[in-house]
Design a protein around this ligand. Structure first.
Ligand code: GLC
Length: 752
């Protein structure tokens, strides 16, 4: 008898464990929907189940696609954006396939659909989650009006290596900033109900650690320990899951020898069991069969087996599931309950999106593309994304009595390139460039000379520079727009050299030699090593790739209609050799002690230890060109003394941090105040500081505001020597500052 009870206990345990992977959050799941899902799964053949797990990229022959859909071989289509074609394909799925399961239509809507917003790295520079949410909402309204219901965004890979072209697509180097901006973007895409017809299912990507590709070379391996994953790379994804992200995409990289697409630790143990994720895990483009290239699978069948067993629900374009799945199931090389769980997640998101009730897009709805309100949102985002890096002698804003302006450089009138990377559906003809915006704004009051000098960022053109220098003689101020063409950042577009391309640096230096004030504006997909150009420029603005409305935003900033407020979302290296360089580094046994003897100051026959033994580069020093969180304003701000609600706290306490912020300048301005904390001694070494809060504060000239942060001490928890997430008692430092290198530390203690 006892044996029988034991068997039943095991059987029940197996049953519940098999379900808990995708139904852990039963409480949050709609029971009616789950009943419908179970009823459907019971009817489905193994081939139809594997068909739901198959995503194809649209191609021109709609008959061929319709044939696959009718046979139940397609669960999702990406890259189909024409409403009529989408409805025709959907009609086949709903009315002609055996079970009538609707298709999920997907597209990379990364920073706008038609109205293009600043690239995500530029949005990171705003430190404004509300702005990111608003931009995502606009993108969702435009994309869903064409029948798209799933986007492969936000990209929330923490990135600390600007050689990596995809640093453009994320929110920079900091896990907290990335988490806050990523959650806001998900909320903007999804609204509070996926059933909203303008809701776009989000897909935080790429899970996980992709931004740490060795050498900053895309698709390269990573070697991140579990603790580093848990303390740095997981947090944005955990926040995304807690925010209700509908789907997650796996990353191309192998970490510690295991490709993410075949990694059950991250996809099942962490994503499903620890975080309770119940949405769709989709592979990245062909990343399932790329496990063959990785040397992790011998062939497509083994790749499919590893991906399904690890927890991938839907396979993007490599078709190994649908091809090999039936035989794998027949040979019990994949478990049917893994396949059922995958299909459960896919059907769950389709039900939540309302596709079973409303599968079709309304082809007669009013055109919402480029709506004035959308363009206004895009302009505001672009305005707030621009960082003022230098402004000697208040060169900016340009004085009202200016008579002649020279506009030059390859990015001054580059409607395609100012949109940036991952712009499949944006139209350059809707871009307004800085040249166009300045001419529109200034009219006949100011003469605007346009002498591009270079027609694209990589161009070598000495005669063109000479023409610009000649034109400069007639100008009161020179506005030089330089940077990167859109193609130079984004996927697979890594750089080993971060200097300005082509003759752009020569252009800036030649213009500076004229003695006229040079305002250099950089539009790029990454931080560039622009130290020399900053040196010779009177003022420098960094605009990343600002999108459709980049021109009007820059014109407002340059002419003083708006005041820059952006802050660097990533550290700017002096030279590429400093990379990786980021503020939240560990102290090391030999922290920088403030003194550095640079290479040109080293005496001949210097003694072996005469330079001291610390951690700076002899030829570049220790500090970056610009630190994380840095940005100037046309006004100035004063930070008052920081007051803590207590200098001794317990783990369950919440601390309040207060200080006065005053606008001590003469124009209205916005400051991004930042709160950093250091856990001085831990059971493992800890970063020298970590961003824990930030807020944009707008003040009129002379205005003072009492600023208050609340910080639950539990947010100081980290994964410790025992791989437990705990707050360890001890001494801490706290800064309230304008950037990651400023401010005076105050101390507090966490006690048991
Ligand atoms: C790409 C990218 C991914 C994108 C997907 C679909 O290779 O890695 O970010 O969403 O394929 O286009």
């Amino acid at each position: 008898m006892k044996k029988k009870i034991a068997y039943w206990m095991i059987a029940l345990g197996v049953l519940f464990s098999a379900c808990d992977e995708t139904q852990k959050q039963d409480a949050g799941v709609d029971r009616e929907t789950e009943k419908k899902i179970e009823a459907l799964i019971k009817k489905m053949t193994i081939e139809e189940k594997l068909g739901q797990m198959n995503q194809i990229s649209a191609w021109s022959n709609i008959e061929e696609m319709s044939g696959m859909i009718k046979e139940g071989q397609v669960g999702s289509i990406l890259n189909e954006v024409e409403p009529k074609r989408i409805n025709a394909l959907q009609k086949v799925a709903v009315e002609e396939s055996r079970l009538g399961i609707p298709i999920l239509i997907a597209r990379d809507v990364i920073h706008g659909y038609r109205t293009i917003f600043p690239i995500p790295l530029g949005q990171g520079a705003t430190f404004n989650p509300a702005l990111a949410k608003a931009g995502a909402r606009v993108a969702a309204i435009e994309a869903t009006s064409h029948g798209i219901r799933w986007t492969f965004a936000p990209m929330i890979d923490v990135a600390r290596d600007p050689r990596w072209g995809r640093i453009a697509e994320g929110y920079g180097e900091d896990p907290y900033l990335t988490s806050v901006m990523g959650v806001a973007t998900i909320e903007g895409f999804q609204t509070d109900s996926l059933g909203n017809p303008t809701a776009l299912a989000a897909c935080p990507k790429h899970f996980v650690g992709y931004g740490a590709a060795e050498g900053g070379r895309d698709y390269n391996s990573t070697g991140l320990s579990e603790r580093t994953l848990r303390n740095i790379y997981f947090p944005p994804f955990e926040a995304a899951v807690k925010a209700g992200a509908a789907t997650i995409m796996t990353s191309f990289n192998d970490n510690d020898g295991i490709p993410s697409t075949g990694n059950s630790f991250i996809l099942r143990d962490v994503l499903r069991r620890e975080w309770g994720f119940d949405g769709i895990v989709v592979s990245d483009w062909a990343s399932v069969t790329e496990m063959i290239n990785h040397g992790f699978a011998a062939d497509a069948a083994e790749a499919a087996m590893k991906a399904i067993s690890a927890g991938v629900d839907m396979e993007m374009v490599s078709a190994s599931f649908i091809t090999n799945g039936p035989q794998l199931a027949k040979e019990y090389k994949v478990k049917e309950h893994d396949i059922n769980n995958a299909v459960r997640c896919i059907l769950r998101i389709k039900f939540r999106l309302g596709l079973f009730d409303n599968p079709y897009v309304n082809e007669m709805q009013p055109d919402v593309l480029y709506a004035p309100s959308h363009l206004a949102e895009a302009k505001e985002a672009a305005t707030q994304s621009v960082i003022l890096l230098k402004n000697d002698n208040n060169t900016l804003p340009v004085k009202k009595d200016v008579k002649t302006i020279l506009v030059t450089g390859p990015m001054a009138d580059a409607p395609f390139d100012q949109l940036g990377t991952w712009v499949f559906d944006g139209d350059k003809n809707h871009s307004i460039t800085p040249l166009q915006a300045l001419r529109q704004m200034l009219g006949s009051d100011v003469q605007v000379i346009h002498e591009p000098a270079l027609t694209y960022s990589r161009e070598l053109n000495t005669p063109g520079i000479a023409k610009a220098v000649a034109a400069a003689q007639r100008a009161d101020v020179i506005l030089a727009f330089v940077g990167e063409e859109a193609i130079l950042s984004g996927e697979a577009h890594c750089l080993a050299n971060l200097n300005l391309q082509g003759d752009q640096s020569q252009l800036i230096k030649a213009l500076a030699k004229t003695g006229k004030p040079v305002v250099t504006t950089v539009m790029a997909g990454r931080p560039l090593c622009i130290g020399e150009e900053v040196e010779v420029s009177s003022a420098v603005l960094y605009a990343f790739h600002p999108g459709t409305m980049g021109g009007p935003a820059l014109a407002d900033l340059i002419m003083g209609v708006a005041n820059p407020s952006g802050k660097t979302p990533v550290t700017f290296p002096k030279v590429v050799g400093q990379v990786p360089i980021f503020y939240a580094h560990h102290s090391t046994g030999r922290p920088f002690n403030g003194t550095e003897t640079l290479i040109h100051d080293i005496p001949a026959e210097a003694g072996q230890t005469s330079l001291g033994c610390t951690c700076y580069y002899l030829d570049a020093g220790f500090h970056p060109l610009f630190p994380f969180g840095y940005g100037l304003s046309y006004t100035t701000f004063e930070y008052g003394a920081v007051q803590l609600s207590a200098t001794q706290v317990k783990k369950d306490d919440t601390m309040t941090i207060e200080f006065d912020l005053t606008n001590t300048g003469s124009v209205v301005g916005t400051e991004v105040v930042q709160l950093y904390v250091q856990d001085i001694v831990g059971s493992v070494t800890r970063p020298v500081k970590e961003l824990k809060r930030f807020e944009r504060i707008t003040l009129q000239p002379g205005e003072k505001q009492r600023v208050k942060f609340t910080l639950p001490i539990e947010e100081l928890a980290f994964w410790n020597i025992d791989m437990k997430k705990v707050v360890e008692p001890g001494d801490f430092k706290l800064w309230v500052a304008k950037d990651s290198q400023s401010g005076e530390a105050v101390n507090f203690k966490v006690v048991e």
